[in-house]
Structure formats: C-alpha cells, structure tokens
Design a protein around this ligand. Structure first.
Ligand SMILES: Nc1nc2c(ncn2[C@@H]2O[C@@H]3COP(=O)(O)O[C@H]4[C@@H](O)[C@H](n5cnc6c(=O)[nH]c(N)nc65)O[C@@H]4COP(=O)(O)O[C@H]3[C@H]2O)c(=O)[nH]1
Length: 845
C-alpha cells in the first residue's frame, strides 16, 4: 500500500458543474474507491479533477497533491518521451490511448503503469473530460524482463554449446535448432522452421557406409519407441556423395499429458576428428597386424609399473618353446641371454630408459631350447608418462640367424678364396695393414712369404683345370697344416699363396732365421707327391720372403718386396727360397753353407771332443768338462759359439749331442781301466732341445749301456733355458737317470730362468757359477755379491758348486774364501784334446 501524503480524507468526486451529489453518486464514489486500478478524471484542459484511493495508494500522492495538476504529474526522467507524445496526441485529438508508461511515485520510485485514457464527450460531442485508468504492472514487467533475460541466456547457451540441438515435431518438421545444429546441418537460422529432419538433401550413413532410412533416424526412433536413444554414430553427407561428417546422436521424446509423443529433442556432437583418428588408428593397427603377420618378428610388451611381461607365441617359437612353457618374468630374457651379452644389454636397456629416448635397438643372443644361441635384434619403444618416467616398453624381436648367415656368406665371398677357402688378397691386405701397425708400435718383426708353384701352368694345360684346382686345394691344406694357427695363409690367386708370420723376433737376423725355417718347411711340403685322381704328381715351389718391422713402408711396398724375392727365387732356378733383403740373403746363404758343412762335418768325422779340467780346492783334477770341437778343412776350427746355436736351430744338435755323449761315455769306459783316470767325472753339455726329446733318458741309458761306462762318472750339464719347459717332465727324466747314478749340474747359473722353486724341485747335484760373474768378482761388487749368493744358496740346498772361467789367483782366492770348492778355467787348463788331457793327469802314487 503506497503511503498517501498528508491527506487522510477520502477522495472526493469533484465534478463541476455536475449536479449536486445524490446517493447514487455516493455509491459510485464508493465503487470507484473500491476498484484496484487507479482512476483519474481530468478535464478537457487536462487538469486533474478526481483521483480514487487506488491512485493515491499507487502513486503516493495525496488527493490535495493531485487535484488541479496536469496529466504529466507522474512522468519522470526515464519516461519514454515518445509514449508521452503519443498520449498527448491522443488527448489532443480526443481519441483513446492505451499503453505502458514508466511513471514515478511521489517519492521518485519508478513503476510501470498500464495506462488507458478514454475521452468522454458532452452532448455537444466535444470532449468534456478524460477518464484514465492506471494499473501498476511493475511486477509483471519484471517477470517479463526476467523471462526475456532467461530466454536470451538460454539461447546464448544453446548457441554456444558444442553440441547441436534440434527439436523436431512428430511429423519431422524442425521446431528449433541451435547455432551449432544449424552449422553442422548446413542450415541458415531462418530456414530451420521450414525444414524436415528427413530432408532429402541430407543423407545419413552408418559406419559400414549403408544409408540410414528416415524411420531409423534418432528422432524417429525416440518418438516411435518413446525411449531415449543414446550414442548412435551416424555419418551425415550434407551433399549426397560428399565425404560424411560423423555425428554422435542422443535423443529423447517429449510426451504430452496423455503420454503421446509430441516432439523429440535431439542432440548431436561432431566426432569427425575422433572418427578419423580412430579410423587411422584402426588402419595402422591393421597395417601392423598385416606387417607382423607377414614378417617373422616376435612382439613383446613389458608393463614396467606392474612388472607384467607379455611374450607373443612367436617370441617363444623363436627360441623353441611353447607359449607358457617357461615362467614369464622380467628376468627371463636375462636368464636366456648369452652370458657374454648380458651385461652390455642390461646397461644399454637402462641407459635407453634413463636417457628419455623413445626407442632403442640392440642385438644379443638368446638360448634356444635345444641349447644353441639364436642371434636376436630387439627393437623397443618406450612409453613414458607426463613426467617422462618410462611406464611401458613394447617391441619386437627379429631372428637374425639367416641375416647373420647371409652376412657370413657375404664375408666369406668377399674375403675368402672360393677354391681353397683360404683368405683372399683383400683379407690378407687387411691382416698386413694391422700387422704393420702393430709392428710400428714396437712389436717384434714379422715376415711375408710369397709362394709360387713352379711350372703350374704346364700342369694346368696338360692335366686340365680340374686337376690344377685339386692341386691348389691340396697345397692350401698342406700350407695351412704346416704353420701355427695364428699365422695367416692366403691365396692371392692363380698358383700364388702367401704366409704372414708375426712376432718372430725383435732382431731382423733372428726373425729372418725363423722365417727361413718356415720357408723351408713350406718347401718341404712339396717333397711328398700330390695324389691327383689316381696319379701322383710332383711339383716344387719358389718362396720369396720379405721381413717387416717398424720401418716398413706400407702394405703395397711389402707385397712388392715379397713378390720380387719370389721372382728372384724363380730366376735362381726355382724350388728355392730368397729373401728380398740382399744382406739378409747373404747372411742366410752363409748360414746355409755353414749348416751344410756342419752336417757333412759330423758325417765326415770333423768333430772332436776336448776336455777342460775341473779341480778341487787342493788343485787336484777331479774331472773335466767335455767341449765339442769342429775342425773344417777349409774353414779351419769353428767355434762352438758359432755352430752350436746353428745346430740348435736346425735340429742338428740332436745327432751332434748324441755323438758327444757317446764319445764321453766311450772315454769314461776307457778311463775305468786306467787307475789315474778311473775316478774322474766327465761333464757333458746337454742342450734344451736334446733333453726335451721324449726319449732322452732312454737314449742316455742306452749309450751308457752300450759303452759300458759307469753312470756315476757322467755329469750332465743342463742350461737354465730348459726350465722354461715342462718342469714335471724334466724332473721325471732326471729322476730316471739319477736312479742309475747320473749326476746333474746347472750350467750358467744366474744368467737366465733361475728360480728358487725350480732349484728345490730339480734333483740337481751341482751349480756352476757362470764365468761372466767369476770374471769380475774382484772388480765388480755386484758380481761378487752374486757369486757369494750362489755359493750360500748352494750350501743351503746341499749342492756343490763349480766356478767356471777362473783365470787368476785372485779370483780363486775370492772363490775359495767364499766357500767354493771346485774350479774350472784357464788358470787350471784350457780345453784340450782327450789325449793331451790324459797326458796331463799325473799317475797315482
Ligand atoms: N774366457 C774364458 N773361457 C773359458 C775359460 N774356461 C773355459 N772357457 C770356455 O768357456 C766355455 C765353457 O763352456 P760352456 O759354458 O758350457 O759353453 C759352451 C757350451 O755352451 C757350448 N758347447 C760346447 N760344447 C758343447 C757340446 O758338446 N754340447 C752342447 N750342447 N754345447 C756345447 O759352447 C759353449 C762355448 O764353448 P767353448 O767355446 O768351448 O768355450 C768353453 C770354454 O772354452 C776361461 O777361463 N776363460
């Protein structure tokens, strides 16, 4: 109820010049004050003559405020001037007016006034006054505004949701479509209401490409079945034949009060991108399936977070197992992998996980059920979470067996000679390159031997290529068999072979000797005829040798040198061996001649033994060392220091040594009958090569037996170099001989391989102090110390000691003072022929 201002009087009807009020008027007045609308009466001059109670309540004005005021009393700042004008025009023209006007109460509050002004005419037809009826419609206006706002908001939202929304009537006519729906359906907003959902311009298709009939559209289904339709995927070809956009539909029916469907609300979302992604995923999965089906790869998958491993049936098959035959746990591949690969693989795998890379590849071997190892290429793809942590690894294993075999075959074809299976020129060049590099780093000298069969062409032309090939194969086999496994034997082509020897010796002369030994072994291979298809064929080879070492100028140069040496050998009459280096060749020739002479010298009786006395501390001769002498008719006397090493390297030491032993034993036997000589011992030098003969002990016993010498007078002098060989064997042979009374002395003690361990193990009787220490005992404190140590060592081990090379009384005094009891040297006598030695021994008293 609006507050009236000051005037508590009931509103009065003041109509002038109306006749005085009668009860009827009073009733009318009562009626006017009872109505809920505000009523005003204004004169033709538009001044207010009357207002009812509802008006005063509505506006807050009192009756006194209103009477006599103009009709614009209620206008305010936001009152629409156009409306005011229209009202004013109506009043001027004496026509009714209705309209909604924004008016203001007395205290300035705006309110909506539904105003209707009716002109009242007098008998003369002229407007005598106006009756206006006012209704406060503010509440309605607010409701309408709210409704409009809500509708706008709703529309706003509808237009902005990403889903299309349409409402269709039962006859499929569209009643509503939001902006998204219009966009997706290709409709303008104006066209919505005239369009049917079943419009023939749209073609709906299913995922398999078949068309969707109108009655199966989601709206139709919802209306017909009165059910909600959910998640139906349809393709929409907006123009028939165009590529469809994919829409995910939901729909529900709207029922009337009687439960009859009146319309369907249909929403749909554009899932074309999703669909495309799905299709491409399906395609790539399909492709992967096809690829995997077509390939022999074995997929696997490892869930790192849960430690769950999946090995495909082919994974198992690759290593000979049935699916599930072994327990599948993360350590399985480690258990099955080759021990040599395991550590590297583990490291590589963890490095890949740690590094953040997406994939890796590695090769290793897995143990097959039957025990052999299968070479595997494993490719893994690492899946990581948002923080980069690896959560899953998936991949495939490829069996590399065939590839490895093919690679080996290719390698074989590229680097091996198909006829002989020996390395070919390419491979030997590689080996040489590597050997030269290592020689440059200071390793020992090596040698390259070029071997060319003599007159091979003639054989090939006369006997045919098959037999030629067969000969080459047999030569290859023999060559391979006559060198060490570490030496390289190769075929360069035709009848040319090479042998590469590494690490021969640090000195060129010794390396040349070793190379020549191999060269001669190679030539000796041709001494035995070659069986060729029932016939036996003889052939020879020419060998050229080039040494290589830090100074060598590269592979080509070395090959040329060996080739040239081989041609020199051919030019020298074939079946011969030549060095590229002329000096080496000269030295070799000399050596060869010496070797030949030595061999003949032994056969022709040019050898003799000389004896050098060994005396005790009283100066009495107790024995002698047997020293070999060679007197060549042209060369004259040849020093043992010259021919003994040659004899050792050629093997001639064996017959020579035997001969010396026989001579010594024969001498002992002879002495046995001679009172002055019968107690003397003879020390015989035995070379390592001689002693290592498997039946050396038997040979000695045979010679002793054959000569009838007393074994107790025979002493064998062994050298320290012998100790580099199988000591157990040496000990055994020494034991056998010692049982018969033969004694042993260790020669040149202190110069070579001595070790206390050996000294204790060997059944020795004597140590010999080498003359190199004796020589300087007085001038060199080191040598004096060594001599003293040897003497004290011998004493502790219970061995006797003979000092060699005693030349002066001073040396003798030193040795004697330090406990040495037996001596040998020029001070007591030079090596002399046996007869001279015997003559020098005084007859017993
Ligand atoms: N400067 C000097 N030299 C002295 C003195 N006393 C002895 N000699 C020499 O020292 C060598 C001792 O023999 P070796 O150490 O066994 O050294 C021997 C031995 O290793 C070897 N040899 C000699 N005969 C044979 C043999 O029949 N068989 C074997 N396997 N080797 C032998 O030849 C080496 C040299 O023999 P030779 O030339 O006869 O040289 C002998 C001898 O003449 C001395 O006071 N001063």
């Amino acid at each position: 109820m609006r507050q009236s201002t000051g005037d508590a009087l009931r509103p009065a009807l003041i109509l002038r010049p109306l006749p005085p009020a009668v009860p009827v008027m009073s009733v009318l007045l009562e009626a006017l004050n009872a109505v809920s609308q505000g009523v005003l009466v204004a004169g033709a001059d538009c001044l207010i003559r009357f207002c009812n109670t509802a008006f005063t309540s509505m506006t807050g004005y009192g009756v006194a405020d209103v009477l006599g005021r103009g009709c614009d009393l209620l206008c305010g700042p936001d009152t629409d001037p156009a409306t005011v004008r229209a009202l004013s025009d109506c009043m001027d023209q004496g026509v009714p007016f209705t309209g909604d006007v924004l008016n203001y109460t007395r205290d300035g509050q705006p309110f909506w006034n539904e105003l209707s002004v009716t002109p009242v005419r007098g008998p003369d037809g002229a407007v005598s006054h106006f009756i206006s009826v006012h209704r406060d419609i503010s509440a309605r206006k607010r409701a309408e505004d709210a409704l409009r706002d809500a509708a706008q908001h709703h529309r706003f939202l509808q237009d902005r949701v990403l889903a299309g929304v349409i409402v269709r009537a039962a006859d499929s006519r569209l009643r509503y479509a939001n902006a998204t729906a219009c966009r997706l359906l290709g409709l303008s907003e104006d066209a919505v209401l005239g369009t049917y959902e079943t419009d023939p311009r749209w073609r709906f298709v299913r995922e398999d490409g078949s068309p969707v009939p109108a009655e199966d559209l989601p709206g139709s289904l919802a209306l017909r079945g009165r059910v909600d339709v959910q998640n139906v995927l349809l393709g929409l070809e907006r123009d028939v034949g165009s590529s469809p956009i994919w829409l995910m539909y939901n729909a529900y029916p709207v029922l009337d009060g009687a439960g009859r469907p009146v319309e369907a609300v249909i929403s749909f979302t554009d899932v074309t991108d999703l669909k495309k992604a799905q299709q491409s995923l399906e395609k790539s999965e399909e492709r992967l399936r096809l690829v995997l089906r077509g390939s022999q790869d074995a997929p696997w998958d490892w869930d790192l977070l849960n430690s769950v491993l999946y090995y495909s049936p082919r994974w198992w098959e690759m290593i000979g197992y049935q699916d599930g035959e072994l327990c599948t746990d993360p350590s399985l591949w480690e258990t099955l992998s080759h021990p040599e690969d395991r550590e590297a693989c583990r490291a590589e795998f963890h490095a890949a996980l740690k590094s953040g890379q997406e994939s890796y590849e590695m090769e290793f071997r897995l143990r097959h059920k039957d025990g052999h190892y299968v070479p595997i290429l494993s490719r893994g793809f690492i899946l990581r979470d948002g923080t980069g942590r690896p959560v899953r690894v998936s991949g495939t294993n490829t069996n590399l067996t065939e590839r490895k075999q093919a690679e080996a075959r290719i390698h074989q074809l590229a680097f091996y000679d198909t006829l002989t299976d020996l390395p070919n020129r390419s491979l030997v060049i590689e080996h040489l390159r590597r050997a030269l590099l290592s020689a440059k780093r200071g390793a020992a000298q090596g040698a390259l031997l070029f071997i060319d069969l003599d007159h091979f062409k003639v054989l090939n032309d006369t006997l045919g290529h098959d037999k030629g090939d067969e000969l080459l194969r047999q030569v290859a086999t023999r060559l391979r068999g006559c060198v060490r496994p570490s030496d390289i034997v190769a075929r360069l082509g035709g009848d040319e072979f090479v042998v590469m020897l590494e690490n021969l010796d640090a000195t060129a002369s010794q390396a040349a000797l070793a190379a020549r030994t191999v060269g001669r072994k190679v030539m000796a291979l041709f001494d035995t005829p070659f069986p060729l298809d029932g016939d036996s064929h003889r052939t020879t080879a020419s060998v050229g040798i080039a040494l290589f070492g830090p100074e060598t100028d590269g592979v080509d140069c070395l090959m040329k040198q060996a080739d040239l040496a081989m041609y020199t050998a051919k030019a020298g009459g074939r079946n011969t061996l030549r060095f590229f280096d002329a000096c080496i060749q000269l030295a070799m020739d000399k050596r060869l001649a010496l070797e030949k002479d030595l061999r003949e010298g032994l056969e022709r009786g040019q050898m003799a033994i000389h004896l050098q006395p060994q005396v005790n501390q009283a100066g009495k001769v107790v024995g002698a060392e047997v020293l070999l002498r060679w007197y060549h008719p042209e060369r004259g006397p040849v020093s043992p220091t010259e021919f003994i090493p040659l004899a050792e390297s050629t093997g001639l030491i064996l017959p020579l040594g035997k001969w010396v032993l026989k001579e010594a034993c024969a001498t002992l036997r002879r002495w046995a009958d001679h009172p002055a000589l019968s107690r003397l011992t003879l020390s015989v030098n035995v070379s390592a090569r001689q002693f290592l003969e498997s039946d050396f002990d038997r040979q000695v016993l045979d010679i002793l037996a054959a000569s009838g010498a007393n074994p107790c007078h025979l002493k064998l002098e062994l050298t320290e170099s012998l100790l580099a060989h199988d000591v157990a064997d040496i000990v055994e042979k020494m034991g056998t001989l010692r049982e018969r009374g033969v004694r042993f002395s260790l020669d040149d003690f202190g110069t070579g391989y001595s070790s206390l361990g050996y000294l204790q193990r060997l059944p020795l009787d004597e140590l010999k102090i080498d003359r190199m220490f004796v020589c300087d005992v007085l001038s060199n404190p080191n040598d004096a110390s060594i001599a003293r140590i040897i003497l004290s060592l011998a004493q502790n081990l219970g061995l006797s000691v003979t000092a060699e090379g005693v030349e002066t009384a001073g040396q003798l005094d030193f040795l004697r003072a330090n406990g040495c009891r037996q001596y040998q040297g020029f001070l007591f006598g030079h090596p002399v022929p046996v007869a001279a030695f015997e003559a020098g021994i005084p007859a017993p008293l």
